[in-house]
Design a protein around this ligand. Structure first.
Ligand code: ZN
Length: 304
């Protein structure tokens, strides 16, 4: 599991080994990691493998998934969906364009799955990108036409599928510039992609427009859309509840305010890190270095 976690973008803070070794680990993880499942309710499951958590709805209208991991994982989770009573994947919603959530498009798109994403994420998928993970960088090449979303939206989109209303919500730049929260109104569940990381500090793709303040605002607006009974599916880490999302927002707000005060008095990144604005969460969340680096960049950019 550790090998897998090293390759979750949401856990970039634990990236430590040289990039080549991580790529080796990724290949091995993709070969050896099985799909495991968590049933949230009948015909409604979270699938774990390599990459972002997948949410699956199975029913009379067919199969809809949120996020699609890597091409090597597609046959594995299609088999799992089959064993859960589903058929072909009719719709795949990408919470954002990062490879560990959307590379599965390269298999699903050509097979006829309708791919869905926020418009900015589709734009990113049409070009070559570099993701700066602080300790390493990851190049993500443009997708072929067949792997691009065929349905996009700007702020809101709605599905009526398998007996419930499903809202796709975008609230501006956060983890990336094209994040989607997918709210299943009937099941009272939301998938937040990497805007919510429940496995460590969040990664902020600040080189590509991501923003710490944006993550706080995005999560706050999602909280305004749901109630305390909702199940919350993070991009990475265990499934949790609305209270955990509320605590995450409170943590990030406290850290942001501390950093902003330091930055306001002219502190460098090194000085901010030395002041340990994340101190009380580090034991639980891990090394904050990458998170502080990306947060510092986004906060100093906001001041200009
Ligand atoms: Zn991501």
């Amino acid at each position: 599991m550790l090998v897998v976690r090293r390759w979750c973008i949401g856990l970039s803070v634990v990236l430590a080994a040289p990039a080549a070794a991580q790529l080796d680990n990724l290949d091995e993880a993709l070969r050896t990691t099985p799909i495991t499942t968590q049933e949230l309710s009948e015909n409604f499951h979270v699938l774990f493998g390599v990459g972002g958590n997948i949410l699956v709805s199975i029913g009379a209208n067919g199969v809809l998934i949120v996020d699609d991991q890597f091409p090597q994982m597609v046959p594995k989770y299609k088999a799992t969906i089959g064993s859960l009573g589903g058929g072909a994947v009719d719709f795949a919603i990408n919470t954002h364009w990062h490879f560990d959530h959307a590379d599965g498009n390269q298999v699903l798109g050509p097979e006829g799955t309708w791919l869905v994403a926020q418009e900015n994420s589709r734009q990113m998928m049409t070009k070559n990108n570099v993701i700066n993970l602080v300790t390493t960088t990851r190049e993500q090449a443009a997708y072929a036409e067949t792997a691009l979303p065929v349905l996009t939206y700007d702020d809101r989109m709605r599905f009526h599928f398998n007996g419930e209303r499903i809202d796709l919500l975008h609230f501006g730049p956060a983890h990336t510039t094209g994040d989607t929260a997918v709210v299943f109104r009937g099941h009272k569940a939301v998938h937040l992609g990497d805007v919510f990381n429940n496995a460590g500090y969040p990664f902020i793709d600040a080189d590509n427009g991501g923003s710490l303040s944006g993550i706080i605002e995005f999560c706050s607006k999602v909280l305004a859309e749901i109630d305390e009974t909702y199940t919350v599916v993070p991009g990475h880490g265990p499934v949790t509840d609305a209270e955990a999302l509320l605590e995450y927002v409170a943590m990030l707000t406290t850290i942001r305010d501390r950093m902003s005060a330091l930055i306001g008095s002219g502190a460098t990144l090194e000085q901010v890190a030395a002041a340990r604005p994340t101190a009380e969460w580090d034991e639980r969340k891990g090394d904050p270095a990458g998170f502080l680096n990306r947060s510092y960049l986004s906060l100093t950019r906001e001041r200009r």
